[in-house]
Design a protein around this ligand. Sequence first.
Ligand SMILES: Cc1cc2nc3c(=O)[nH]c(=O)nc-3n(C[C@H](O)[C@H](O)[C@H](O)COP(=O)(O)OP(=O)(O)OC[C@H]3O[C@@H](n4cnc5c(N)ncnc54)[C@H](O)[C@@H]3O)c2cc1C
Length: 497
Amino acid sequence: MTEGEPAASIPTNRWDSEPSKREEAKGFIPGKQYQSPFLQLKLHGPPMTSNLKQVWFPGPLIVGAGPSGIATAACLKERGVPYLILEKETCFAPSWKLRTYERLKLHLPKQYCELPLMAFPPEFPTYPTKQQFISYLDAYVERFAIKPLFGMAVRVAEYDPSVRFWRVEAGDLEFICRWLIVATGENAEVVWPEIRGISRFRGQLLHTSCYMKGDDHRGEKVLVVGSGNSGMEVALDLCDNDAKVSMVVRDKATLLVLLNSFKFRLWQLHILPRELLGISTFGLSMALLKWLPVKAVDALLLFGTRLLLGDTEKYGIKRPAIGPLELKSAAGKTPVLDIGTFAKIKSGQIKVVPDINQFTSRGAEFADGEHEEFDSIILATGYKSNVTSWLKCHILTAASPWTSPSNAKKQIGTFFMQTYESHVKGFGLADTFACGKEEEFFGEKDGFPRTSFPNSWRGKNGLYAAGFTRRGLLGASMDACKIAEDIANLWSRRYQA
Ligand SMILES: Cc1cc2nc3c(=O)[nH]c(=O)nc-3n(C[C@H](O)[C@H](O)[C@H](O)COP(=O)(O)OP(=O)(O)OC[C@H]3O[C@@H](n4cnc5c(N)ncnc54)[C@H](O)[C@@H]3O)c2cc1C
């Protein structure tokens, strides 16, 4: 394997063969310059969990093979940096392949959803379907020969300051690497709301991640809980398939956000038409923001929306006190881009209902005291990051046998240390490592980087985040380019010197 080649998909049992033979086969010569991106080490220092085999990988390790992970991999490959991707599922982009409904189309025009280095085929429509997007992703991984290790859920990753490397546990391996790229997504886990009586409901209860098509609910009475882009589209899909749909627009009037030192009252939902004057609302906003302040763009968007959709409040959908773009940048709340659901609300085919007090065995009781029976309840309550469940934040303590470089040297043996030291020299670690405190990068509560866009992609100690900008695929692509450039600079300092 040469530099720049992607990490091959390696069945774990290959690590069981004799280490010296294997390294020889891959061209690794101890004491010489780097030859192979893979190296299983005979470390004497304990892995984070015993009985794990330790594998040193000199390039960046990417966690997650969704759009963000594969985009970063492609950019690294383009710059000649070997990488390794660990993916917990058995396919690329499982959130698209396994957890999205059939009628899903990209919410934004295709030019804002392309990954770096490869355009969508010209015949794709402005809003590609889910199947088209998946076929694009398949072509992308083929073109860049991206081969993750599948079925490798990262259980723990932590930075070891004594050797200045990351230790990442997955399967029966502990990977040791210099750079860790978190690409596990903003939507790694479903949000299951805490609503009284939820376990009492005897009908079908499912999250949108398990919803496939409206036809499965034909003729049913269905309650959709949540009114983001997914909730709105699922409600429309159900309605188009002759289900009787009610939708909860949860009233968050009490939610407060601190913005420019003032407290604003927020209502829950900004609904905008997907297109204004035949131009995508998203594209129009991007263009206007180049010339006008955000408040002025918001005012124009709301004026256009009022002309096209009318007064949404009349139909139970109140607008937040601040505009859609200002709200997005202050609280990360994405406006809903309407693709026809609002017309169904106006015509009474979709009923907007208030927040739920409690579920009952046959339906739901609402905040206004009304009770209604339903066959199915679909929770369009969103997703959350899972980073805090596996990225460990503590710095190793004095009890750790790896607490000082000299101790580490004793513990891990000369073979690893030769290679490790050449890395330390080559990368000028004193300059590039700010030791400790990587826990400050990801917030404990939401598992998102604490620093906001455009500075959310790089932490300390070789830690990076791809796809946590709250700006969809466009943000993921921007992260991928910046991360690859940053790592490639460090990489070339070492290997092209
Ligand atoms: C229904 C829906 C529609 C969307 N439509 C658009 C759109 O039109 N335009 C747009 O720009 N954005 C859209 N988005 C938002 C966003 O672009 C997508 O969610 C996109 O898939 C994000 O890519 P990602 O790689 O960051 O995350 P994901 O696609 O979620 O990929 C993360 C990967 O990490 C893996 N993983 C998680 N934890 C671990 C672990 N511990 N170990 C190993 N692997 C792990 C997961 O299995 C997954 O493969 C949409 C989102 C949803 C939910």
